[in-house]
Ligand binder design. Structure first.
Ligand SMILES: C[S@@+](CC[C@H](N)C(=O)[O-])C[C@H]1O[C@@H](n2cnc3c(N)ncnc32)[C@H](O)[C@@H]1O
Length: 328
């Protein structure tokens, strides 16, 4: 367990995963029924992009800062969610996360402090969803939210979030971040075991984000097995699983394994910044979605195209793809 997300927060892979995650959650919220969201590999919370670890890799410069600079219309809901997820006060230096509850009241429960929803710009609200586009925010690009604060910013009062994180320091930071938030549970617990222990949820509707660190070669196998477990326990749940694209062979083997596993209704969204030929480099990434909400396949191309436009440098082989892996 050497992986620390602070080195990678806000990189192109976070932008891709989180932009699609925001779309998926907002699509599920077209219906008023309560949602359960399980974030199996949650990380630490909010990441300070001025932190030495983030500066050492510079990955946010090629990620979220480029998306802010381009601010394409298709990614406005994602950027609004990022803004809404960040604490209003600066992060204390040396802390990965700031206390959540003291920093901002949950948006869905009545605004975000001074100005709140009233000062928000017009025109980007999805019908039926409480998250409007934030005005341009001072310090954009200084901090970046991990998946738990991003999901939390989108929860309605009837929804809840469970986060699992195995690393003791990351789990402790995440606990501090959420404090006594009653809509969020933080478990220091193994993700793969939690798929058995926490599913199915009583709400019977929701989303499972599976975002492993891919520190070893077995991770693709564990992910394929985890998807089967999650789908068996929560058959109508939306499952979203992130995977790296370094070179094609392991990705092809993974997608073939998923196709042969008996999972139904599976789509893979992929973005790559260059031809995926170098096995030592993160050349792209994918999000496998089981039970995609209605219109995912018609709306995801606009997101993927905007991500490519914002994040790509015109390298040879840059592109995106959306492919159906298994029919309904
Ligand atoms: C890629 S990061 C998560 C990033 C986060 N989902 C986000 O989007 O901001 C993966 C995290 O999984 C944690 N982790 C690794 N193995 C785990 C396991 N078996 N169960 C739970 N967490 C694990 C790591 O400590 C790390 O914080």
């Amino acid at each position: 367990m050497n992986y620390r997300h602070a080195f990678h927060a806000g990189n192109f892979a976070d932008c891709m995963k989180h932009a699609l995650l925001v779309w998926l959650l907002q699509a599920l919220q077209r219906k008023p029924n309560a949602l359960f969201v399980l974030d199996t590999h949650a990380g630490a919370g909010v990441y300070d992009l001025a932190d030495e670890r983030a500066r050492r890799t510079g990955e946010a410069d090629a990620g979220i800062r480029r998306v802010y600079a381009a601010s394409p219309a298709a990614l406005a809901p994602y950027l609004a969610a990022v803004d809404a997820a960040l604490p209003r006060s600066p992060l204390p230096r040396g802390e990965t996360t700031a206390p959540h509850a003291a920093s901002f009241p949950p948006l869905a429960e009545g605004g975000r402090g001074a100005g709140g929803a009233r000062e928000l710009a017009q025109g980007c609200e999805r019908p039926g969803h409480p998250l409007p586009l934030s005005p341009s925010r001072e310090g954009r690009g200084d901090a970046y939210p991990g998946s738990p604060p991003l999901i939390r910013a989108l929860l309605r009062p009837q929804d809840r979030l469970a986060c699992c994180e195995l690393h003791p320091e990351e789990a402790a930071a995440l606990r501090r971040f959420f404090g006594s938030d009653r809509q969020v549970a933080v478990h220091q617990r193994d993700a793969w075991e939690a798929l058995r222990g926490l599913l199915p949820p009583k709400e019977k509707r929701g989303l499972v984000l599976i975002d492993p660190p891919f520190e070893d070669r077995q991770e693709f196998d564990r992910l394929a097995a985890g998807l089967t477990t999650a789908a068996a326990r929560f058959p109508n749940g939306v499952l979203a699983a992130w995977y790296p694209i370094k070179h094609r062979a392991p990705v092809r083997a993974f997608l073939d394994a998923v196709a042969d596993s008996g999972l139904r209704d599976v789509v893979a969204a992929e973005l790559w910044l260059r031809e995926p030929l170098d096995p030592a480099r993160l050349n792209g990434c994918g999000l496998l979605v089981v039970n995609p909400p209605w219109e995912f396949e018609t709306e995801a191309p606009a997101l993927l195209g905007a991500l490519r436009e914002s994040l790509g440098s015109g390298e040879e082989g840059e592109g995106w793809d959306l492919q159906r892996i298994a029919d309904e």
